[in-house]
Design a protein. Structure first.
Length: 337
């Protein structure tokens, strides 16, 4: 059922805000790319122009040269050795120098860039946003807490917060977790990233390393919000979108709980609820072909994680050199940052 839904069934598609859009989206988005209206943000104007010239399989894609932050104005952008580490916050070198990947954060230059709150972007005015992916290198909470009505309509959030201040005054996971739970979101996926110390034991590939950041995915719990606030954004199209997203990430049980709630609200009918009692109808496919299950991708990621850090690093560097595209292997959970 879910995989057969078309653009017109879900209000013209998923409106997807991608903050920090220079890398590829996670592979789990592939089955619904044709339903996505992407709004990508990167402070580098040339990068936005490059991305605009690349063919894609989204329903639509718009790339905008704004640095998204908590204020409208101008801020200093720290341009590091790795474009993936660019940030409006200064790398915390006294902390990072203790780890094997500190060279990626070396500041090679600065640039003053215009900053905007999400609510100040003309292209987002009156847009019913469904998904926010925020990879801001330290400003996730600052951005989300200033998103106002945009956050109210959002169903799905993908964020990459740090557990420690890898940037000076970085928004950490603990702060973001508290904020999102208070706004009706539940945590459904959590991928941890460890980095070894910069010493001979760390270089041996036998050390466990320290947890420095994670990739987290959150889904809005409309059941929890019911009665606490008026659910103005909850329409039939929004309800169907949330069910598709539950199917996409394999949260079928939560999805069915939502489906029963939507049935009571008159947003899905009896026939649709009956179909969703069958687990097979939650699997998201495209063009009648089975996609690679998410659990299989997670097994591949687990296999890569057991490799010593020096091998993971070598694989990433070789791939980047061959393609000229940093963060190429991002779909395996940021293992190569």
């Amino acid at each position: 059922m879910l995989s057969k839904l078309k653009l017109q069934d879900i209000g013209g598609g998923f409106n997807f805000i991608d903050i920090g859009c220079s890398g590829d989206l996670n592979s789990w988005w592939k089955p619904i790319n044709h339903l996505i209206n992407l709004y990508g943000f990167d402070p580098n104007k040339e990068e936005c122009e490059r991305l605009s010239g690349i063919s894609h399989d989204f329903n639509s894609a718009t790339y905008l040269p704004y640095a998204i932050a908590d204020t409208d104005g101008e801020r200093r952008l720290y341009k590091t050795t790795s474009i993936s580490c660019y940030s409006l916050k200064e790398p915390n070198k006294n902390w990072l120098k203790r780890f094997s990947f500190d060279h990626l954060f070396e500041v090679e230059g600065y640039e003053n860039v215009p900053t905007r709150k999400l609510t100040s972007i003309p292209e987002l005015q009156n847009l019913d946003v469904d998904i926010i992916k925020v990879d801001s290198q330290g400003l996730d909470l600052a951005i989300l807490s200033n998103a106002a009505h945009i956050l109210d309509s959002t169903i799905f959030i993908e964020a990459e917060p740090g557990f420690t201040e890898n940037y000076v005054e970085e928004d950490t996971y603990a702060e973001i977790d508290s904020f999102l739970r208070a706004n009706g979101f539940l945590l459904f996926d959590f991928k941890l990233n460890r980095i070894p110390r910069k010493n001979l034991i760390g270089a041996s590939g036998k050390a466990k390393g320290q947890l420095l950041w994670c990739e987290s995915t959150w889904l809005k719990d409309y059941i929890q919000l019911d009665g606490k606030k008026e659910l103005k954004s909850l329409t039939r199209a929004k309800a169907l979108k949330s069910l598709i997203l539950c199917g996409m990430v394999g949260c079928y049980d939560f999805g069915y709980e939502l489906a029963e709630f939507y049935y009571r609200k008159g947003l899905v009918n009896q026939d649709e609820l009956t179909l969703l009692k069958n687990v097979d109808n939650w699997v998201i496919v495209k063009n009648d072909e089975k996609t690679v299950p998410l659990f299989f991708l997670e097994l591949v990621e687990l296999a890569v994680r057991v490799l010593p850090w020096r091998y993971r690093k070598a694989i990433a560097m070789s791939a980047d050199k061959a393609t000229g595209q940093p963060n190429l292997l991002r779909s395996l959970g940021g293992l190569f940052k």
